[in-house]
Design a protein around this ligand. Sequence first.
Ligand code: AMP
Length: 119
Amino acid sequence: MDKNDTIFGKILRGELPSERVYEDDKVLAFKDINAAAPVHILVIPRKHLVNLFDVEMDSEEDKALVGHIMAVAAQVAKEQGLEESGFRLVLNNGAGVGQTVFHMHAHIIGGRDLSWPPG
Ligand code: AMP
């Protein structure tokens, strides 16, 4: 089986549609199909990494990629008008914490009250 035979692998290859908001040679950002907030965008690397546990400490390429995902997230959040209200960046790492798609992705979430801790 293709190691990247995930929904996001298919989106990267254009086999599934997505509402793209940003892309470059390293990452793609698109709207989450089941938005948890007025702004809910996913940033994914083109390289298939399952999650942060797949990032090797001695891989400068992978560590730069993680940094790039964060920089892109901030730029996309700005473009989405979240600079004043702020945004939350979520990376689920493992099924035990709710990861359902096994291609690393950072959730940009914002546009509503996300005060922490809740309540
Ligand atoms: P996680 O639970 O962290 O693995 O997040 C997976 C996210 O992918 C969820 O928020 C889903 O709503 C989202 N998702 C699943 N399929 C698609 C799709 N085809 N296009 C956009 N987002 C999707």
